[in-house]
Design a protein around this ligand. Structure first.
Ligand code: SDX
Length: 392
């Protein structure tokens, strides 16, 4: 212990940056995007309006929103040359791998628009990322089922456009259920930003070196992929399927309390929320509404509800303040919308892209922003002399 630095494995003790974008109070279960409570945005706003708010700091006037929406719509296509990247993947490659690679490829396509000292080029990169991530995501999934990419229908809203691109039938034949589009739009709002989580901190750390926004966001997607972070929504579904029936819930809870089992209740716990994740409360309610409106009777919902009920009553979880987080129920809604489980974390990435680009833009504008350089508490050997190989 050099005494110079405090060791904190989760970086929660030291503020890595200043930001005006999102505020979280983990003890009170409060989440504000630019000062607006997530509950009010969930009830009154839409995903693109929230994306505008995160980027610009204020809610848009009708004229500002129309211009923003038109610009996003204008940039939904992905250059054909980038599509060969997806074709280079085995069909069953994970769509998150394709998303990471495609975002890197965008750096190569827009290399003439990467003068980061030009505010207009920075803003355009942010627009392109928000507009193109869903198109790339849909193309990745369609590649995995051996389908050609689909083209974005720009007569649709953001969520409807994505669901239509994902479909396995020609988009002009696909009848979109408005309940599905509204549910997806709300889930995207709830995932749009979350302060300095692992992936956003990664975007800021990479961005702090002067790397371009496509590479910075690609690094955020890579960080999000882990099951401890955005990969949790996919892991929750796998866990619920493994538990299978409500009668198996009690043994699953017992197993999760035994650290040697290596089994955790995925979708439970949080680095910051030591109270109920406000997003989880909204997703939980939404799950019941959406499955009822879509007439979906998913037996895993009963397993999830019994698991939550059992854990919230169990001393181990209560003592450790382990509550369901945003990932616990979201997968059940994605499943009801017909989105395959391997796309769940990609859905999280689509939602989080406005947050990532808002943080990247904020950092570019911060005159005090310096290159990120975390330090360590050194626990290795003290200084010693080299030993020739014949003396070892
Ligand atoms: C997201 O940071 C963000 O904001 C992230 C996010 C966002 O919007 O960007 O909110 C999205 O990533 C949500 C989290 C999704 N991950 C999961 O659901 C995976 C399952 N949860 C965990 O692995 C865990 O809870 C973490 C990763 C979320 C937090 O892990 P920590 O930091 O180890 O949790 P902790 O320090 O609060 O743990 C305290 C105790 C420990 O036991 P003790 O050593 O005190 O005996 O609780 C235990 C942990 O072992 N524990 C769990 C558990 N989570 C923590 N035990 C069983 N099941 C769990 N899920």
């Amino acid at each position: 212990e050099t005494g110079m630095f405090t060791y904190d494995p989760g970086f929660t003790a030291t503020a890595s940056c200043k930001s005006a974008i999102t505020y979280i109070d983990g003890d009170q279960g409060v989440l504000l995007y630019r000062g607006y409570p997530i509950e009010q945005l969930a009830e009154h706003s839409n995903f693109l309006e929230v994306a505008y708010l995160l980027m610009h700091g204020e809610l848009p006037t009708p004229t500002e929103f129309k211009a923003f929406e038109d610009e996003i719509t204008h940039h939904t296509m992905v250059h054909e040359s980038a599509n060969s990247v997806i074709k280079g993947f085995m069909h069953d490659g994970h769509p998150m791998a394709m998303l990471i690679s495609m975002l890197g490829a965008l750096s190569g396509i827009y290399h003439n628009d990467l003068d980061l000292d030009d505010p207009e080029q920075r803003r355009l990169a942010a627009i392109r990322l928000i507009a193109k991530v869903p198109t790339i995501a849909a193309a990745s999934y369609r590649h995995s089922i051996g389908f050609p990419k689909s083209y974005p229908r720009n007569d649709l809203d953001y969520a409807s456009r994505f669901l239509t691109m994902l479909r396995e039938v020609p988009s002009e034949e696909f009848e979109l259920n408005p309940v599905a589009a509204k549910a997806l739009d709300l889930l995207l709002i709830l995932h749009a930003d979350h302060e300095q989580n692992a992936s956003t901190s990664t975007v800021r750390l990479v961005g702090s070196t002067g790397a371009n926004p496509y590479a910075s966001v690609a690094s955020g997607v890579a960080a999000l992929w882990g099951p401890a972070h955005g990969g949790a929504n996919e892991a929750v579904l796998k866990m619920l399927k493994e538990i299978g029936k409500p009668e198996n819930v009690a043994s699953a809870v017992e197993k999760a309390k035994n650290k040697d089992s290596g089994f955790r209740l995925m979708g439970f716990g949080h680095r910051v929320y030591k109270n109920y994740d406000p997003r989880a409360a909204l997703v939980r309610k939404m799950t019941h509404d959406v499955l009822a409106q879509l007439n979906v009777n998913d037996p895993l919902l009963e397993v999830a509800m019994r698991l939550e009920e059992a854990a919230l009553k169990d001393e181990y979880f209560v003592q450790r303040k382990l509550y369901p987080n945003v990932d616990f129920y979201s997968g059940l809604i994605y499943k009801a919308l017909g989105i395959p489980v391997e796309m769940f974390t990609v859905m999280f990435a689509i939602g989080r892209t406005p947050g990532w680009v808002a943080h990247w833009l904020e950092q570019q504008l911060d005159p005090e922003s310096k290159i990120g350089r975390p330090r360590q508490v050194y626990t290795g050997a003290v200084s010693r002399d080299y030993v020739p190989v014949d003396k070892r």
